[in-house]
Design a protein around this ligand. Structure first.
Ligand code: UD1
Ligand code: UDP
Length: 415
């Protein structure tokens, strides 16, 4: 049997691990071993086996997989954590380290201290980490120091901006990982340039898009747009925008935050822009005295910035899917709008996801208020283009990743 352990911790991790969890479930001990036992009856049960994606020769070659899901506790509010497990149909984590908030050093160290005994006890053959948050580097570092191999999902992305905490996390995680699963061609080139051996780099597509494609239809049934008064009697939608902000460079600096909010307010005249606020952003808007840019609440939705609590996965997907424009500093939202074909303005000076600009609907506009205003107005005057997917963003990334993991671990087992 193969033992794998995954570590997640913050909002953007949950929709990345979900497709891996579903895929690994095919090979979980009880079900898989039972199927092996039934191999003699393969011809009789062929349809059932194939529905589960299990082929006879695979059953003969590969052992079952046991998977342990660890939550670091970096995000702990329902709105940033447990709601996602519910929306994504994820089982509750097997372990919650409850590390909580803190400075970068405190949070990272706390996760490492609490994860080490779990790894010593569970003894996984490999640890899987996703994305670029503090939980990602904390888990990767703890595992590799215990001699456990690390697989990084969403490896190779680079903003080339070391003032961004995520860039530090990405580079360090990639440096200690033995398998690097990459979403886009730029990631392959970055890793090769950094001297990573080609046989450790796998361009597999995007697990975040696996989740989006799997849940898009379900999200369309969310009542959110009716509640916000954007869709009446199931009829067409009114035009609206969406705004998300949480990067420290944008929300911890009063002048930058004010500039962004004033630009959005200026073009949102007779046009609502829904703003699900990350707790860090809400706190700063209040303490910097910027509440005047934000409308009162949902219910007065005709124009201006309309504040909302952070939304669950399905509600947020339904909101983005019908938006006329999205303004964001999120990494994941740039990718999701690309696939949805919704114009996206990235309110940063750079992106680590250039495929969303080359193949998608993303424009990196920075934080200059005049430039934001001008670009947003231009977009609103044009019809939205047809969605274009970067290569391999087809809903099958998790399948490819698990197939590679099984091959790799099978060889290790026999080595
Ligand atoms: C983290 C990630 C960032 C990711 C973002 C997604 C790092 C370095 N940053 O940023 O890459 O894009 O998550 O949302 O890992 N807080 C709450 N409730 C919670 C969690 C946090 O109120 O459940 C507040 C606390 O005041 C906390 C602050 O948000 O201090 C920041 O949380 P933290 O996890 O450190 O970073 P994020 O800004 O959420
Ligand atoms: N998201 C959500 N509700 C929100 C804001 C974001 O479900 O109110 C989802 C979004 O669709 C994407 C992920 O959270 O799947 C992105 O996370 P975030 O923007 O927090 O982090 P980043 O991608 O910048 O690291």
């Amino acid at each position: 049997m193969i033992r794998l352990l995954s570590v997640v911790g913050a909002r953007p991790n949950f929709m990345k691990i979900a497709p891996i969890v579903y895929e690994l479930k095919k090979y979980e001990l009880k079900k898989y071993e039972l199927k092996k036992y039934e191999l003699k009856k393969y011809e009789l049960k062929k349809d059932e086996f194939e529905k589960d994606g299990l082929k006879k020769d695979e059953l003969e070659r590969f052992p079952a997989i046991e998977h342990c899901l660890v939550h670091s506790g970096q995000h702990y509010d329902e709105q940033l954590s447990s709601n996602f497990f519910a929306d994504l149909g994820l089982p509750a984590p097997d372990v919650n380290l409850e590390a909580g908030s803190g400075s970068h050093a405190v949070q990272t160290a706390e996760i490492m201290k609490r994860l080490e005994p779990v790894l010593l006890d569970y003894k996984p053959q490999m640890v899987l980490v996703v994305g670029d948050v503090n939980s990602t580097i904390a888990a990767a570092l703890t595992a590799v120091k215990l001699g456990i191999g690390v697989a990084h999902i969403e490896a190779g992305l680079r903003s080339f901006d070391m003032t961004m905490p995520e860039e530090i996390n990405r580079k360090l995680t990639d440096a200690v990982s033995s398998l690097l699963f990459v979403t886009e061609q730029s990631g392959v080139e970055n890793l090769k340039r950094e001297g990573v051996a080609a046989e450790r780099i796998f361009l597999v597509g995007n697990v975040m898009i696996d989740s989006l494609l799997r849940h898009r239809e379900m999200a369309a049934k969310s009542p959110l747009l009716d509640r916000l008064g954007m869709r009446q009697n199931g009829a067409g939608c009114r035009a609206y925008g969406v705004l998300t902000l949480h990067r420290p460079s944008n929300v911890d600096d009063p002048e930058t935050l004010q500039g962004i909010l004033s630009a959005v307010t200026s073009f949102a005249d007779g046009f609502p822009v829904f703003f699900p606020m990350h707790p860090r952003t809400r706190k700063n808007i209040e303490s910097f005295g910027l509440l005047r840019y934000i409308g009162n609440s949902a219910g007065h939705n005709d124009n201006g910035i309309v504040p909302l609590d952070p939304l669950g996965y399905l509600d947020f997907l339904s909101l983005n899917d019908r938006a006329r424009i999205v303004l964001t500093d999120s990494g994941g939202v740039q990718e999701e709008t690309t696939v949805l074909g919704v114009p996206c303005l990235t309110l940063r000076e750079n992106t680590e996801r250039p495929a969303t600009v080359e193949h998608g609907s993303n424009q990196v506009v920075g934080v200059d208020p005049d430039r934001i205003l001008k670009t947003a107005r231009t977009i609103l005057q044009q019809p939205a283009g047809a969605p274009r997917h970067p290569p391999l963003w087809d809903g099958k990334a998790a399948e490819r990743i698990v197939a590679i993991l099984r091959e790799h671990l099978q060889h290790e087992n026999h080595a």
